[in-house]
Design a protein around this ligand. Structure first.
Ligand code: KIV
Ligand code: NA
Length: 270
């Protein structure tokens, strides 16, 4: 198998062919993503997408580790990045290091991602200096939904300077790449031109150095929320509903199982 991509490989893709990134939370989906992706992120979106939680805030370190281990088993080439969940890194650089080391040590992830700009710069510097590659995440930071006042567009008007300062601080602190979420397009382009590290957009701009989407969103499997920035490349929820309806009808009518699906004295053993 080809060796996995490293944070330095990803950083070196600045200004090259855009980085293809998706989330994954399970082994089989990680295998599918691995075929095309440069980065696979175990996002804390797992809480909303797979666990039915109302936001990412209740996601625990244990949940991230369990999904991180599952995803790691499905990857060969793509780089595995894992989100630090809410409450696991904000208190101090030491707390962040302790939990980042657990996330990486117990899953084999090559890097962690954490949310926040200037106020997290010191922590990012602390982690990078001690061997933990960090992917930043600024603009809309869903773990701060309660202080941001909703999942709003970021960087409009007077908010522009805040987002630029946050992105710069994260890059200067040593992050190898940065997610720009729901940042207006011309600002995402300006940040992309300014920073020496790759920007990875979600609801940002085609000018970013890469794109990321939540895989269940783009597959049309998770439809509880449909942000404008999600393009649906599949309709898996509809496909599943149709399959389940056919199954139910065939069970009720005894069309399933047929001889093909059952065993008899003469049939093969498996
Ligand atoms: O948790 C997540 O899925 C993310 C990406 C959408 C960037 O943070
Ligand atoms: Na996240």
């Amino acid at each position: 198998p080809q060796p996995s991509l490293t944070p330095s490989d990803i950083r070196a893709r600045k200004g090259e062919v855009p980085l293809v990134c998706l989330t994954a939370y399970t082994t089989p989906v990680a295998q599918l993503a691995d075929a095309e992706c440069d980065v696979v992120l175990v996002g804390d979106s797992v809480g909303m997408v797979l666990h039915g939680l109302p936001s990412t805030l209740p996601v625990s370190l244990e949940m991230m580790i369990m999904h991180g281990q599952a995803v790691a088993r499905g990857l060969e080439r793509a780089m595995l990045v894992i989100d630090m969940p809410f409450g696991s890194y904000e208190e101090s650089a030491e707390q962040a290091f302790r939990n980042a080391a657990r996330l990486m040590g117990e899953t084999g992830a090559a890097a962690v991602k954490l949310e926040g700009g200037r106020h997290m710069a010191e922590t990012i510097r602390f982690l990078v200096a001690r061997g933990i590659p960090v992917m930043g995440h600024v603009g809309l930071t869903p773990q701060s939904v309660n202080t941001l006042g909703g999942y709003k567009v970021q960087g409009r008007g007077e908010d522009r300077d805040r987002v630029i300062a946050d992105a710069r601080a994260v890059a200067e602190a040593g992050a190898f790449a940065i997610v720009l979420e729901k940042v207006i397009a011309d600002l995402a382009d300006e940040i992309t031109e300014t920073l020496a590290i790759p920007t990875i957009g979600i609801g940002a701009s085609a000018g970013c150095d890469g794109q990321i989407l939540v895989i269940d969103d783009m597959l049309g499997l998770f439809n509880a929320f449909q942000p404008k920035f999600v393009k649906r490349y599949g309709d898996l929820a509809q496909d599943a509903a149709t399959a389940i309806r056919s199954y139910a009808e065939e069970v009720r009518s005894r069309e399933f199982p047929t001889k093909e699906h059952v065993f008899s004295e003469g049939s093969p053993k498996t």
